[in-house]
Ligand binder design. Sequence first.
Ligand code: CP3
Length: 407
Amino acid sequence: MWLSAVRFGTLQTRDKSQRITRKKFAEPLRQVGSVETMTNRTLKNDRFLRAIRRQPVRQTPIWIMRQAGRYLPEYREARKQAGSFLTLCQTPELACKVTLQPLERYALDAAIIFSDILVIPDAMGLGLTMVESIGPVFENPITRTDDIRRLGVPDPESDLGYVLAAVRTTVDHLAGSVPLIGFSGSPWTLAVYMIEGRSKTDFSKILSFAESNPKELHELLRILSRSVSVYLTAKAKAGASALMIFDTWGGLLTTRQYQEFSLQFMTRIVKELAHSVPDTPVILFTKGGGKWLESMAQSGCHAIGIDWTTDIGEARSRVGDSVALQGNLNPDSLKNSDREIENETAGILAAFGRGSGHIFNLGHGIKPEIDPAKVSVLVHAVQDMSRRYHEWVPTSVKRRADYSSKR
Ligand code: CP3
């Protein structure tokens, strides 16, 4: 549609007497350096993508990890109607519907495609099921080193086509309102589930496997890195505007092991994505990774997600302006009073301080028991209180800054 492909603004010129005259103009977004996805769509709200690139924004963007989930009654209803969580994931229209649910309630600055990190191991033949009160369980977990040799890299179109279809449908429905985030688990976090066989475990199998079979584990992590790279590339090409890698279990590792089993492989993926989809920014999130921010920043990622145990102000001074930061309200804060939520939000905004490069989020996924009204309190608090930290540059100046800014 023509209207979505243009940005209206004011052109300043000088007349003969050197007085400034302002003329309304409309020009293609592409020419003003605005952010576009691989499918050449233009975005009405590109605050999230601007913040990832540390470009000026009017207010701090916000989205919420697990924003489409069980705390929403409409999600629980959709899951009941679908019959199961996996049917929701595997039916593109339903995955799209659920992805959009939180955006209908709240003025969020990004959508995240409804899916799960475990669809990759499922596509490798491990047989994912979701068991009530346990969570994900694999029918065929990796129990012997021989199991690793049999694994192949899933083809995104033929093995995970339902996810790509969900991305395409959702990008169509979003119609450029906000960007869509595509995601994957990190190789290490996927390997944890593939070897443990289920969630809610004590991690004894994976940790002893890492001790006794490091070579075989490296082989598994290499296959997973390749799988994640091609999968995320396909998601970006299907229309995802940014990519996030969830390294939920990186924090289990020692510093040496983190480098060897997790960060090394995430870095490899980031480098591959920089070639395959160079315009798509990547966010790395290691839960419990606060002590490794400097080395995470060296991976080439655009942003680091931090959990609530790290002070975001300290994190910022450690990474400087090499990357943006995403986070980091304690997910349990949403159980508090409205006033307390506002105060904690104010504290995080103040700790990050002035300027762009902050994407507000929780420090981990929203919990099912949270009252949806509390999310409204949080979103409004970020919108109202963050403006004072941003110096909004007038359109004409911003346009010049956009020209000169890199990816
Ligand atoms: O953020 C979003 O809105 C997108 C949806 C999303 C889900 N899982 C849906 C989901 C995302 C980004 C994930 C990622 C994911 N899945 C991670 C990494 C992020 C994190 O939380 O650390 C992990 C470790 C998984 C694996 C997984 N999937 C677990 C451990 C569970 C059970 C956890 C629980 O809360 O019961 C799931 C199931 C799952 N994935 C649900 C949702 C909405 C709940 C399923 C249901 O409806 O019963």
